[in-house]
Ligand binder design. Structure first.
Ligand code: KG4
Ligand code: ZN
Length: 329
């Protein structure tokens, strides 16, 4: 089976083709225009998707060496995400599906992040614990089987990716903030600044990152213009506060669930300190991450999950809507 995937939920315009579980091509354009504003501007994102999508899809077909006429179905992100951005992808997918006379399936972006782990390891077995850490979400899920997900804990305020992005902005770094803070942290001492960690009381699986961001702001404000502050030390300490909190909660979730496999999903899964600390902390748990290129937003994961769903008795119905606040369960 050949599935075309389309992803336009935020600021990546992306298309990919999956054939029988194998990614044949994955093309992505990160909208660097948002760097000018220090964050994603929704209207600008929609306009960029509209401008770029046709060329990205065409390039995907060329790279995969597959004809449009050979595609069996189209998978497209219909939430969560920015309304205008989602609409561009969904409208494009429906039009293309109608033109080619093939079915179109709506895909939950969060579910696709999780299933990117099956791309990394097709032998992955249910049940497993999943730490979902992206720009908008920080949640721990118990994944029992396809479509059967139980929420174990989530953030009360900012997501971990958001904490990286806001922290980077305070430190005068670029967007997205996660990779910027990670890069700067490499030369820093992570024990230099004792940033607070919230909701660490026994057994809690909830997160809160808004206080951390505020303490970074106060910390930076406490220096006068002439005083030297080591940004690498601050970045490394800030990263450690986020990463060690995530790892502690995952450790609890694994213990509480009794499940021996844990996967990480979403953009923050690309963070090397998180990967290393999780492996060091949960030595007797199978820990899985998607390939680096498939941690952050991409259409390969959309095409991949689309194929799985098409094979699960999917009925074509083009009346599906976009859901900016779509939940996983
Ligand atoms: O999954 P994603 O690409 O988009 C959403 O669905 O939100 O996640 C983006 C988030 C951003 O907040 C970004 O700063 C963060 O993932 N991120 C990272 C890294 N790469 C991306 N955070 C920490 N370390 C990284 N290497
Ligand atoms: Zn995402």
């Amino acid at each position: 089976m050949i599935v075309l995937g389309i992803e336009t939920s935020c600021d990546e315009t992306a298309a990919a083709i999956c054939q029988d579980g194998i990614i044949k091509a994955s093309v992505l354009s990160s909208q660097s225009i948002h760097n000018l504003y220090g964050g994603v501007v929704p209207e600008v994102a929609s306009r960029e998707h509209e401008r770029l999508l046709n060329a990205i899809v065409s390039e995907t077909f060329v790279k995969a060496n597959i004809n449009k006429a050979d595609v069996d179905g189209i998978a497209v992100t219909h939430g969560p995400g920015l309304a205008g951005a989602l609409l561009t992808g969904v409208s494009f997918a429906k039009g293309l599906g109608l033109g080619l006379g093939i079915p179109v399936i709506p895909i939950n972006h969060l579910e696709a992040h999780i299933y990117a782990n099956f791309m990394a390891d097709p032998t992955l077995e249910y049940p497993f614990v999943c730490l979902l850490v992206s720009g908008g979400h920080t949640q721990i899920w118990l994944i029992k089987e396809l479509g059967n997900y139980i929420l174990m804990g989530e953030t009360r305020d900012d997501a971990a990716g958001e904490a990286f992005d806001k922290g980077a902005r305070i430190l005068g770094l670029g967007y997205p903030g996660g990779p910027e803070i990670e890069k700067l942290s490499k030369d820093g001492n992570s024990d230099k600044v004792p940033f607070p960690k919230a909701l660490m009381e026994k057994e809690s699986l909830e997160f809160s990152f808004s206080g951390l961001k505020t303490s970074l702001l106060y910390y930076m404000d406490s220096f006068t213009e002439n005083e030297h502050v080591s940004k690498p030390d601050v970045a490394a300490s800030y990263e450690k506060a986020i990463v060690s909190t995530l790892v502690e909660k995952v450790k609890r979730a694994v213990r509480q669930s009794g499940v021996k496999t844990c996967v990480i999903a979403g953009g923050v899964a690309a963070n090397q300190s998180l990967r290393i600390l999780l492996k060091q902390t949960l030595m007797d748990t199978k820990i899985l991450f998607p390939d680096l290129q498939f941690c952050t937003d991409n259409a390969a994961m959309i095409a991949f999950l689309g194929e799985i769903k098409f094979k699960n008795n999917y009925k074509n119905d083009l009346s599906f809507a976009i859901y900016p606040n779509l939940k996983l369960a």
